[in-house]
Design a protein around this ligand. Sequence first.
Ligand SMILES: [Zn+2]
Length: 575
Amino acid sequence: MKLLEPGAAILAALSRRGALVFIVLCFCLPAFTFGQTKIAPDHVYLNGKVWTADDGKPVAQAFATRGERIVAVGSSEEIRALAGPESAVTDLKGRLVVPGFNDAHWHFASLKDVELDDLTSLEAIQKRIADYAKSHPEEIWITGRGWGYDVFPDRVPHRKYLDAILPDRPVFLWERDGHMGLANSKALALAGITRDTKDPADGRIEHDTKGELTGELKEGAVSLVTKQMPKATAEQSYDSLKRLLAKASSYGITSLQEVSAGLGPAEMAAFERVLGEGQLSVRFYVSVPLAKNATTEQLAEFKRLRDTYRGPVLKFGSAKGMLDGTVDAGTAVMYEPYTNGVTGIPFWTQDELNRAVTLYDREGLQVMLHAIGDKAIHMALDAYEYASKANGTSGKRHRVEHIEVPLLADFARFKKLGVVASTQALFANPDATTLTNYAVLLGPARASRANAFKLFDDAGAVQAFGSDHPVFSMEVLRGIYCAVARKTPEGTPPGGWYPENRITVEAALRHFTRDGAYASFDEKEKGTLTPGKLADFVVLSDDIVSAPPEQILKTKILLTVMGGRETYRRDSPLP
Ligand SMILES: [Zn+2]
């Protein structure tokens, strides 16, 4: 049994200090220090399979919590013996308990977009948008999210499909990766975009063969339209945050890492309000922007946030930058062209990046760089290497986000440089867009090592899993299934997509728990079920560790606990 309690800790310290001091102090210490009269746990959980993610004690039957912490992990007999008359007792009935899930790459979406990612035809998208517009006459702009290229004839999105359903209200629909979108003619007109509008430096306005606008806007060009949209109010942000907290808890999530490069004033106000109400039921690690030329004032503000919000519920400390776009849009930066001839849109030069990363590294801020193409990933690693040499720093745990198609030679650099690999389990979902657009654009050699989580594990990297919500669902169990099976939930393709890149359930669980905690410098506080750590855990309906992968999709979250407090309980509860 592993046990940590005030008495035990004091005894351990005393044993080093000689008998005399010990005996003298015995009379002064409160009675709870010893034997029968120690403080009982608030809650004991017995007769389960406790998967701890702690290599020192990987599996146990039971554990106990007091306040917001785990105080003991062991056999059911050992833990039962700790219970007092006031202790709550839960019989887990053999159920699996794992540490609370940590989604290491997540975005707060404060405006509600119409969700389209479950739709597989253009007609279904048109119908949902038209129905939504009809039932929301008060909303001027109609925005949606989650389409894939495969729904359009010849994989060519066009504004005419939106004009056909809504000719006189502006519509903008984000593609599933959130790096581009499709605008209707009204939205383009409101944004003042014509066939002659020049591309911004960091984006592209698409045209057809006759030079007419298609309505497709990529990367930085998207902002021409989005800046016309009304901003979320503080009230909307508050409602969204409450809704997302409830959703996250229902998926077993107890920690989220917000990587949007800063929160707007309405969003920050929402976080502070919920925190003040004591209702922040998920722990947050929030990023600030990695500015190209950060001013002294900006840096001072970032450090103020970091020093003000130090956890364990709300914490700042990272800075996010974007080096490239996505594979599906052909904007992720590659050494060799995609099969359509383009090589991507770089947002930084190596010099700019080295300078910015070195500055943030010196100021003690963790840097996270979105890099998807092999060239962008290489640039990110080079910048981290440059900064640590220039500053003589180490152990800063800088991160690369997504890392979808690295050079084979770059896998080993993560461990060597101490860089965290922040990958997204559901990115390996081999759906129609992945197979008919993503893999085709990459070509077979690069597709075979895309989102290859196994290669990071083999290279000894710390790999933290995330969702990239709202790009993908934040359902952790779906993510685990995808990483383990490399199949769609429907079971395709048979045998899995590049099945040599599959990982085990236990590896996926570690990436969603203790590796996420490491990625935000919180491994001493959470990420494993270990005495002394925060009582963040999930009870599952099924033992996904030993069940076949298909069972993961049928598994239900029964109970989510954050800091000893229930944040979700399914209707058919534990006794
Ligand atoms: Zn993201």
